[in-house]
Design a protein. Structure first.
Length: 238
């Protein structure tokens, strides 16, 4: 008989990422704000007593948008150009048994509002609304291992693209609240080049898009330069 365990969401993280495409492939790659909204029963300040002394947290979460697609024995990590397969347990793929993920985030603030806790964090690589199932402090003396071998991803991805904004995109930013913050975020995300590693001939003219912070962001890539062509506010995705 198989062991089976039920997991319960203890909270949900709010991030500007409204779709999977464009989200950084690991935590800490982009300085993006997020808020973990704790659910009733897990939102009492007493449960967080002492956490304020830690700078970073481990979030254990469920890749909830992958659950319906099951899991794969072998997956193609984007870091290997998308054309080499590795065993699922040699990767951080969302398509894994139990669909559990682990991200390190910086803890900015433990906010208590009307007796309920919200954790303000930075650096998450998670979709808006991702269910969080556990929170633990990051312990540098055990969790940071400078001698560890990084397998097929020994270094952070090198920032690949230079990012410029079209006049149209610059104009649209003027009408968006916190436009400068959004611009900085878009720059960091597009520079990481979220395009699929495997590209076909003719993809050069392609316009890529992501839904971010209530906007539809579109860009094109030519060589190592990305041009953000438009940033349209889209109230529906907020
Ligand atoms: N740091 C985590 C880990 O190692 O478990 C996540 C790594 S995973 C490669 C990060 C990617 O998962 C993101 O780029 C995004 O495409 C995807 N993702 C983020 N949140 C998700 C969710 N709730 N459901 C499904 N996929 C998600």
């Amino acid at each position: 008989m198989k062991d089976a365990f039920a997991l319960t969401a203890i909270g949900h993280i709010r991030t500007p990422f409204h779709e999977k495409f464009g989200i950084p492939r690991q935590s800490g790659l982009v300085d993006v704000a997020g808020v973990v909204e704790m659910l009733p029963g897990y939102d009492k300040p007493v449960l967080f007593d002492g956490l304020e002394a830690f700078s970073h947290l481990w979030l254990t979460f469920v890749f909830h948008q992958s659950v319906s697609q099951g899991w794969r024995e072998r997956v193609r990590p984007p870091r290997l150009g998308g054309n080499q397969r590795k065993g699922v347990f040699a990767t951080r793929s969302p398509f894994r048994p139990n669909h559990l993920g682990l991200s390190v985030v910086r803890l900015e603030q433990i906010q208590v509002k009307e007796g309920r806790v919200r954790l303000h964090v930075r650096g998450a690589d998670l979709l808006d609304g991702t269910p969080v199932v556990d929170i633990k402090p990051y312990l540098p003396y055990v969790d940071a291992l400078p001698d560890a071998a990084g397998g097929f991803a020994p270094h952070p991805p090198s920032t690949q693209l230079q990012v410029v904004f079209s006049d149209e995109a610059e104009g649209q930013l003027q009408h968006i609240p916190s436009g400068e913050t959004l611009k900085t975020l878009i720059k960091q995300l597009v520079a990481l080049d979220p395009r699929p590693a495997y590209r076909k001939e003719g993809d050069e003219d392609r316009v890529y898009g992501m839904r971010l912070a209530g906007c539809n962001v579109r860009w094109q890539v030519s060589g190592n330069c990305a041009t953000v062509v438009s940033i349209e506010a889209n109230d529906e995705s907020q």
